[in-house]
Design a binder for this molecule. Structure first.
Ligand code: HEM
Ligand code: HEM
Length: 215
């Protein structure tokens, strides 16, 4: 066996990807829990807009980020996706330690749904189409919630299938792979910048400093 075939702990998820993920979880959960009642209105908007801000960052990071953060690494066409499903059915292990093509489809759908929730939320505030928009906002939120359940179930099931704790990897960034599969830099500064930008965005909305978005 070649030495590089031996699996060892390698850094796969850079810090910005991990920060993005858990901030998105906080935003979605926060927006969900504050969706009813006038008292939480600004907090609800703040979670929603902050989610939008980090998604815009993630789109840029999907182009300029580290190896497994890039869209070209995990967004695959139908042929490759089908190939992956077939290999999974015969019990083969994934070749890349990055996102698998099927999981990527669910994750991208989730991100698009959250952007649509934000857009319809903004239109409710701007009184576009009245109760129709409220209905759309709530319906898309429920659909996204369904996708979240599917995504979490998939993360747990795939952890058993791959015999690797994928949820833990989203915290540590570490997965099993060969040394040449590792990314070189964790990009801590970018991740810290993202956290600060998120907090600032949240503060601006919650303090009412961006009336064009909240009134
Ligand atoms: C509101 C809830 C959630 C949303 C919107 C969400 C969304 C996402 C997105 C967009 C990604 C891709 C990350 C990237 O490349 O930047 C991802 C990955 C991932 N998420 Fe979530 N997530 C949610 C909750 C959770 C929870 C609760 C868990 C754990 C139980 C989880 C586990 C994971 C894992 C393990 C991955 C990496 C999958 C892989 O190894 O390819 N997610 N999620
Ligand atoms: C992740 C982001 C978001 C999620 C998951 C979310 C979820 C929800 C849900 C489930 C409701 C329905 C509550 C109910 O009546 O039972 C709701 C209501 C509402 N949301 Fe959001 N929301 C998000 C972002 C936003 C944003 C960015 C805005 C506006 C700036 C917004 C504005 C509103 C308004 C005004 C309502 C009340 C609608 C009405 O009853 O007329 N939301 N949201």
């Amino acid at each position: 066996m070649n030495t590089s075939d031996k699996k060892q702990s390698v850094l796969v998820w850079d810090f910005p990807v991990r920060v993005f993920h858990w901030l998105l979880v906080i935003s979605f959960t926060g927006a969900w829990l504050t969706s009813e009642g006038e008292a939480f209105q600004l907090i609800h908007y703040a979670f929603g807009y902050s989610a939008c801000a980090i998604i815009l960052f993630r789109i840029i990071w999907g182009i300029v980020g580290t190896r497994y953060a890039r869209f070209t690494e995990f967004v695959k066409g139908p042929a490759e996706t089908w190939q992956y499903i077939k290999s999974l059915l015969v019990g083969k292990q994934a070749v890349s330690p990055g996102h698998n093509p099927v999981g990527a489809l669910v994750m991208i759908s989730l991100v698009i749904l959250i952007l649509l929730i934000d857009l319809t939320g903004y239109w409710i505030v701007k009184d576009v189409l009245g109760s129709l928009m409220s209905g759309a906002h709530e319906a898309i939120s429920n659909l996204a919630f369904g996708f979240v359940l599917l995504h979490v179930a998939a993360a747990i099931i795939m952890s058993f299938v791959q015999k690797e704790n994928l949820v833990k990897s989203m915290f540590t960034g570490i997965k099993q792979g060969s040394p040449e599969q590792a990314i070189r830099y964790p990009m801590y500064i970018v991740g810290m910048g993202l956290t600060l930008a998120y907090m600032y965005c949240f503060y601006l909305v919650v303090s009412g400093s961006l009336p064009s978005l909240t009134q």
